[in-house]
Write a new protein. Structure first.
Length: 236
C-alpha cells in the first residue's frame, strides 16, 4: 500500500517551518528506527507540550510548538507534523465528545458556555505494518497524576478534567506501539478519517466559532489555562 499521501505537508502540518526544523530533539530522533522514533515523538508531545487551551483549533503545528501547550486537536496537529517530518505515515480521525468530560478542566463558572458536543480528534499512525490509534498524548503526566491523586478512591470509569476512561488509575496512555486513549469513552459522533486536519476543518467547524468562540479565544481560555496549572501544581 502506498502511504505517501500520509506524509504530505499542509498549511497546518508545516513541518518545514524553521521552528520545527531546528528542534534539538531531531539529533536524537534521527538516530532511532521508525518505531522508536514514533514513540519518542509521542512522548515529547505528551509531556513536553502541556495540556492547555490554544487560541484556535486551526493553529499550525509550529505555533503549537511555540505555545508549548495544547489540547486534543492542536497537540494532534503538532504530533502529525513531527511524525510526517520523521517519515512516519499518519492521518487524522475526527469526532465530537460530550462536554461533560471537560467539567473540572473548565472552571465551573464557565462550564455552561461550553457547547454540548466539542470537536475532538486523535491521530492514526502507521507503525510496524499496522495503523494504531493514538489519543493518550493529550494529557501530560503531571496533570494526569494530579487528577489521579485528587480522585484516588476512583478505581474504574471516570469522566471529567479532560478525561473519559474506563480506568482512571491505569488509563493505558504510555507508548507501547499500540492504541492509547484518554477521552475515547466520551465520543458522541464519528466523522471518519482525513488526510490532514486542514481537510477536516474545511468540512467541520472548530470549537471557536461564533460569539462564544471569540470570547473563548480572546479571554476565557486564559482562565481555563490558569485552572489547569493550579490542578497540575496541586493547588486545587
Amino acid at each position: 500500500m502506498n502511504h505517501s499521501i500520509y506524509l504530505e505537508e499542509s498549511k497546518m502540518l508545516d513541518f518545514s517551518s524553521e521552528t520545527i526544523k531546528h528542534m534539538p530533539e531531531w539529533k536524537i530522533w534521527n538516530k532511532l528506527n521508525k518505531t522508536e522514533r514514533a514513540g519518542a515523538i509521542y512522548n515529547f508531545v505528551r509531556n513536553d507540550i502541556a495540556f492547555g487551551y490554544n487560541r484556535s483549533d486551526l493553529q499550525p503545528a509550529s505555533e503549537v510548538l511555540e505555545d508549548g501547550y495544547g489540547q486534543c486537536n492542536t497537540k494532534g496537529t503538532l504530533f502529525m507534523a513531527l511524525l510526517r517530518k520523521a517519515g512516519i505515515p499518519c492521518r487524522y480521525h475526527g469526532f465530537t465528545i460530550n462536554k461533560k468530560l471537560q467539567r473540572g478542566a473548565i472552571p465551573e463558572a464557565f462550564y455552561f458556555l461550553a457547547p454540548k458536543s466539542i470537536v475532538h480528534s486523535w491521530v492514526e499512525t502507521y507503525v510496524d505494518g499496522k495503523w494504531i490509534n493514538l489519543e493518550g498524548f493529550i494529557l501530560d503526566d503531571p496533570y494526569l497524576q494530579s487528577v489521579q491523586l485528587m480522585h484516588a478512591d476512583t478505581k474504574g470509569e471516570f469522566f471529567g478534567y479532560g478525561i473519559a476512561t474506563k480506568n482512571l488509575q491505569n488509563p493505558g496512555v504510555n507508548w507501547c506501539g499500540k492504541d492509547t486513549y484518554i477521552q475515547k469513552e466520551g465520543i458522541d459522533n464519528d466523522f471518519g478519517v482525513f488526510n490532514t486536519p486542514d481537510d477536516f476543518f474545511e468540512r467541520h467547524e472548530g470549537n471557536e466559532s461564533g460569539v462564544k468562540g471569540w470570547l473563548y479565544s480572546n479571554y476565557l481560555r486564559h482562565f481555563f489555562n490558569r485552572n489547569l496549572e493550579n490542578i497540575r501544581s496541586r493547588r486545587v
